[in-house]
Ligand binder design. Sequence first.
Ligand code: AHM
Ligand code: MG
Length: 330
Amino acid sequence: MNDIKTLGEFIIERQKEFNDADGNLSKLLSSIKLATKIVNREVSKAGLVDILGTAGEENIQGEEQQKLDVFANSRFIEALRTRKVVCGVASEENDDFIAFDKDCYDGKYVVLMDPLDGSSNIDVNVSIGTIFSVYKRVSPIGGPVQLEDFLQPGINQVAAGYVLYGSSTMLVYTTGCGVNGFTIDPSLGTLYLSHPNMTAPKEGKIYSVNEANYNSFTPGLKEYINYCRDSEVKKPYTARYIGSLIADFHRNLVKGGVYMYPQTASAPNGKLRLLYESNPLAFIIEQAGGKASDGKQRIMEIEPTELHQRSPLIIGSANMVDKVLSYTKN
Ligand code: AHM
Ligand code: MG
């Protein structure tokens, strides 16, 4: 039998490697593990909502049903609050950041997250995801969390990851020492190391972009897409766009590809959020040997000015990102 390792064992084993002498980051990752299992349980029952009750109604057990994105948001926040290693959370679901009470003032980390990305896909049983990003606070330990703790460039991240609720559920994360992926065994509810040391192929065949927006792309990006479209002759490209960021990102990470959400007429800064989506995925792809850019600069070097700031995103296999940039940078 192969060496079987659970996520819990892996976190403890790697504690020293990511300089976690006091074990606080390990506790933080464990709370994400717990919330992942709870959210996964609900996501897998999503199609039963009509039978068990809809949002705002009670199900047959008398429990109130919540929309899944609201549910995921509160579960991740509560899991992070109870371990007292995090002093605050910023979420795509909340207008402002959430400052935890006094008993969490000694927490030296903050977490930023998109608790359920692609949630419009739930109704049609398409894969969705959770994305998270962890920073050390910059305000003094012992006091309440501040806005500046969240407005840090991506290069300051100490950990980042995502959960993909797909045909199986996976948690993939990095603490800056490579990328590792874990798959839930649904019968046991345990996450096992299934994808050790994930690396993004340098080259790929897949380009992922919402081509319905083609007319509002820059001339350079249009040219790149035409270069990909001309695949029958010499270039073996293929288009794949699920419209669920984590599913598109994960596929490209495994198989090789590039995902693009550029500026469009209706979204002049792109659609995706720098702090909750672009930065954590940029950290992961770089750790896997890939690249992430907003078209002008490395995603992780952007200095954020507001919580819900958006950024264009070009992310994936290193050579493919470079190729896109060679068309778009002029
Ligand atoms: P959300 O955070 O509101 O769920 O939106 C993000 C989603 C991504 O998962 C996906 O890649 C993108 O929006 C798709 O957008 P579009 O339909 O404009 O192509
Ligand atoms: Mg999102």
